[in-house]
Design a protein around this ligand. Structure first.
Ligand code: NDP
Length: 307
């Protein structure tokens, strides 16, 4: 029986582990088989305070992990197959069948950006393909980029990129945007954003990095036509999937599957269970925000344990 089980090996989970272990709480963090989360898919992180020269994403998250272990947290590499939240203490069952019984739980399992599923997305990962304009947009100053998607995220990313890149294309599969009117207006105000409606990206090309996208207009219809779009960066903005499936409906989720937390708190719908980072927050999606959330969750756990 431990005092706190933290599920998720990203900035939120490691930060929660640092705070709890430092406070003398018996905390175990279970990180998935590929720890580190989304930071491991980026290159240099230039917007995490304290690193004026930037820091490699893998190094940053690995240092958080080392710091948590150094403070005395136990870090286990395993998958949490199921979690029984029906009564406190809670019971987690790991992939190898072992159980962990915990008085409190912090869920920090994150969210994954959706990709189109093209082989080229993997081939050019870190070489012009990104799912985060705030993270990687800086590398495309005065260049040409494309954003795939027509929702609020795509509009927000295109708007952000339009401040940096000289030209931004939006590749939208329908003949209209799904985004809110306000977001659509922000995009329309930018002269350097061009929306390519009824278009699907079907591949990428380039020697050692993205130099363009193969795009099909009116895919699957008699008017179907393919063309090449020269670009330097290819940004996916077709939604994220929060890692909440293993919760099997035991916590309140919003319609997109994110964990609902109480206002100004990381408390979930089950007393003793807290949520931090991207799994509970679709709006910010930044390492520093997730780390801040991990701190808040740890402080919420400490307050509960002190009662
Ligand atoms: P959405 O699900 O709202 O939009 C996804 C977009 O990607 C849609 O245009 C969709 O097309 C397109 N898409 C999905 N799959 C594919 C595919 N395989 N190929 C091509 N296009 C595809 O996701 P968002 O991330 O934009 O938003 C998630 C939630 O977060 C929403 O509720 C949104 O309102 C909210 N949000 C709010 C913000 C704000 O208010 N500031 C900012 C960002 C997000 P189609 O329309 O054809 O289905």
């Amino acid at each position: 029986m431990i005092q706190c089980l933290i599920i998720g090996g990203g900035p939120a989970g490691y930060t929660a582990a640092i705070y709890l272990a430092r406070a003398g709480v018996n905390a175990v963090l279970v990180e998935g088989p590929q720890p580190g989360g989304q930071l491991t898919t980026t290159t240099i992180v230039e917007n995490f305070p304290g690193f004026p020269d930037g820091v490699d994403g893998n190094r940053l998250v690995n240092d958080m992990r080392r710091q948590a272990i150094g403070m005395g947290a136990t870090v286990r590499t395993a998958t949490v197959n199921s979690l029984d939240l029906s009564a406190r203490p809670f019971v987690a069952t790991l992939g190898d069948g072992e159980s962990i019984t915990a008085d409190t739980v912090i869920i920090a399992t994150g969210a994954q950006a959706r990709y189109l599923g093209l082989d080229d997305e993997k081939r050019y990962a870190g070489l012009g393909v990104s799912a985060c304009a705030t993270c990687d947009g800086f590398f495309y100053r005065r260049k040409t980029v494309a954003v795939v998607g027509g929702g609020d995220t795509a509009c927000e990313e295109a708007h952000y990129l339009s401040n940096l890149a000289s030209k931004v294309y939006m590749i939208v599969r329908k003949d209209h945007l799904r985004a809110s009117d306000a977001m659509q207006r922000r995009v329309a105000e930018r002269n350097n954003i061009e929306i390519l409606y009824n278009c699907n990206a079907v591949g990428l090309y380039g020697d050692g990095g993205v130099e363009g996208a193969h795009v099909v207009r009116h895919l699957g219809s008699p008017e179907q036509e393919q063309f090449d779009l020269p670009i330097d960066g290819f940004f996916l903005a077709i939604g994220h999937t929060p890692a909440t499936a293993f919760l099997a409906g035991q916590l309140d989720l919003d319609e997109a599957g994110y964990i609902v937390t109480a206002p100004h708190s990381t408390a979930t719908s089950v007393n003793g269970v807290f949520a931090a980072g991207d799994v509970a927050n679709a709006a910010y999606r930044q390492a520093i925000a997730a780390a801040g959330d991990g701190c808040r969750a740890a402080l919420d756990v400490l307050a509960l344990l002190a009662r």
